[in-house]
Design a binder for this molecule. Structure first.
Ligand SMILES: NC(=O)c1ccc[n+]([C@@H]2O[C@H](COP(=O)([O-])OP(=O)(O)OC[C@H]3O[C@@H](n4cnc5c(N)ncnc54)[C@H](OP(=O)(O)O)[C@@H]3O)[C@@H](O)[C@H]2O)c1
Length: 355
């Protein structure tokens, strides 16, 4: 049996992606072969293609942080899962494929009846949002949160989970993203036209309890200025190091990443040393998953249950066939996308007579 897989042939722009057709992989001892129904497209995928993400594998590699699929074949020594069962996983790379083999311990059961494209949004974006909110910041009802990049994949997840948790929400977005922020219960702040620190002071007086900052670099320090005493900035990305310079490989990606990490470390230290108890703390889903794999599993199961109860509704920006992974990444890289882009390999053919 053959399948389609996407590979990154070299670190670089979207033209580094190639579609290959090959025999499906065979599961080894302890592995399960999964037929992929949905694979998320995220900025970390693009950063890995560019060679600037900390989790970048050596080329050639198949991108794709997260997937939802169906158990297709069991390797030796595997028990407790059956072919046909729906599962989710976060392999970090490899999900842009028709079939993928994964260690059984990586699989989390997905309740029947959920849309695989909606369910896949939970794996990277919602677990990130949930853990930052409940494990890093530990915010509670009535507290105020400022969410940067609020119309994006993780941003919309933070808005929805903040709504479920009873938080007062503020979100920075471009003017295109403002309606998404208000629809999800946040007060939008236009990051291109307004000074968000001044705006937060005007709207709240003393500042917010937590800022979720995916921009990194000097932006973390601005975010700290929006905090009330005792508040914290959770820093979780480096969007500012990739946006504005164009997503191409002609710039010194690794140097950029190390500079961003050094600035991060300086701000964490300064947050502890300066008065006001306004802290800057880092969050990394992959680091926490390695340290506390049970938390990842437990939090994803809790989120799948919230989806089953329709308490959260992931926003899907667009669905693409696997073969159009390049167009999907180009769209995400160009900005202005509201919600998550999802690849749908193995989609059933359209019904005869369907438009
Ligand atoms: N640490 C972790 O564990 C972890 C996990 C998941 C993701 N991440 C990181 O989180 C970041 C976001 O990922 P994503 O998939 O959610 O990306 P995304 O969907 O592209 O969202 C990013 C958002 O940021 C907005 N934005 C750009 N510049 C901004 C600025 N100066 N101020 C406020 N908003 C701005 C964009 O709006 P416009 O397009 O309208 O400009 C976009 O809506 C990435 O850096 C990713 O690596 C980290």
């Amino acid at each position: 049996m053959r399948h389609t897989r996407i590979i990154v042939t070299r670190y670089g722009g979207p033209d580094a992606l190639r579609v290959v057709e090959e025999e499906v992989p065979e599961p080894k001892e302890g592995e399960v072969r999964v037929r992929v129904l949905a694979a998320g497209v995220s900025l970390p995928d693009i950063m890995a293609r560019e060679g600037i993400h900390p989790e970048t594998p050596p080329v050639p590699f198949t991108p794709g942080w997260d997937l939802v699929g169906v158990v297709d074949r069991l390797g030796g020594g595997v028990g407790g899962v059956v072919p046909g069962q729906r599962v989710a996983a976060m392999p970090i790379h490899g999900a842009y494929a028709g079939f993928v083999c994964l260690p059984q311990r990586e699989l989390v059961p997905v309740p029947p009846g959920l849309d695989p494209a909606e369910a896949v949004c939970l794996v990277l974006n919602y677990v990130t949002a949930y853990q930052m909110m409940h494990r890093s910041a530990k915010v509670g009802p009535g507290q105020r949160a400022l969410i940067h990049g609020a119309a994006g994949g993780v941003g919309t997840a933070l808005l929805q989970l903040g709504g479920v948790g009873g938080l007062e929400l503020y979100g920075t977005a471009s003017s295109r993203g403002a309606p998404v922020v208000s629809d999800l219960g946040g007060i939008p702040i236009d990051y291109q036209r307004q000074d968000f620190v001044k705006e937060i002071r005007r709207l709240t007086g003393e500042g917010v309890d937590v800022v979720f900052d995916p921009l990194g670099g000097e932006h973390l320090w601005q975010s700290r200025k929006a905090l009330r005493r005792g508040g914290r900035v959770v820093g979780y990305g480096l969007v500012s190091s990739i946006r504005g310079e164009g997503l191409t490989s002609s710039r010194p990606g690794r140097r950029q990443r190390f500079r961003g990490t050094a600035i991060f470390a300086a701000y964490i230290a300064a947050g502890w040393l300066l008065p006001g108890r306004r802290r800057v703390v880092p969050y990394s889903i992959q680091t926490l998953k390695r340290l506390k794999p049970a938390w990842f599993r437990q939090d994803l199961i809790a989120l799948l249950d919230l989806l089953r109860q329709q308490k959260i509704r992931p926003l899907i920006a667009q669905r693409f066939p696997l073969e159009e992974a390049r167009q999907a990444q180009e769209l995400l890289g160009s900005g202005g996308v509201a919600g998550k882009i999802v690849l749908v390999p193995n989609a059933p053919p359209p019904e005869p007579g369907a438009a």
